[in-house]
Design a protein around this ligand. Sequence first.
Ligand SMILES: [Zn+2]
Length: 277
Amino acid sequence: MNVLEEKWKKFRLSEGEATNIIFEEEEAEGLQFKEDWSLVCKACSMRTISKVVLESTMAKVWRISKAAIFTEVSTNIFVVTFETQADKLRVSEGRPWLFDSHLIALKMFDGLTPPQGMVFDHASFWVRMHSLPLSYMTKARGEQIGGTVGRVEEVVTQDDGSGWGNFLRVQINLNITQPLDRGRTIMVKGKEMWIPFSYEKLPRFCFSCGCIVHREECCSNIYGKEEGEEQYGSWMRASSGPQGRFYTNNRTESERKNKGKYGEEVGKEEKGGLKKR
Ligand SMILES: [Zn+2]
């Protein structure tokens, strides 16, 4: 509950204030149309992002037929209205999106939640599960492992359900206020195996606590010390590749320094570097 709502609970309301104004009839048709053509986005950054800059940048990044219109409804929260359903779908399916390495969290338009009450604590990411034995690179195992991380949206497999390759690719809707999972331990015929994860299009995140979004200032060095940390680091970013046409022309200084590291397969690097929790 926000401050104004708390105050309202304590008020002794006058008759005029307490009488319900009933909204019965459907909203005007034109507006309904606008709602269907819109998404809501939040720029997950500690600083305030300018609408003008975001609007023009995302028009290029999204490669949509016509620039979408951004309407600011709260700090860093915007309703984005598209010209066509195809554009809306393209943006919705292309998640996650980054702006200056910050996550642009997207939600379906919900006309009933006031802008201040909109919660952006989940986002979808493509997670690569490395070092799985081939026989376990399946839709079912992807769902089983991914289900312990968040809500599995898709596992990339062939028609027969196998997902053989360098890694198993799983799209997971996960809680971005919690530390990112670096992998999972699986037990195969009595033998423990570590399955490292890497994330495609991973935005800037805290190398101290592993969170993309801090609820409060939980760490003294948010986004600060990016090198020398052993628990979280740029090695969690998936290398680009066939799926790797990422928006990364605004890397931070330390990411630039870490470029070599940035591009390597996670499976090679984490051994010995990770401690068991
Ligand atoms: Zn932190």
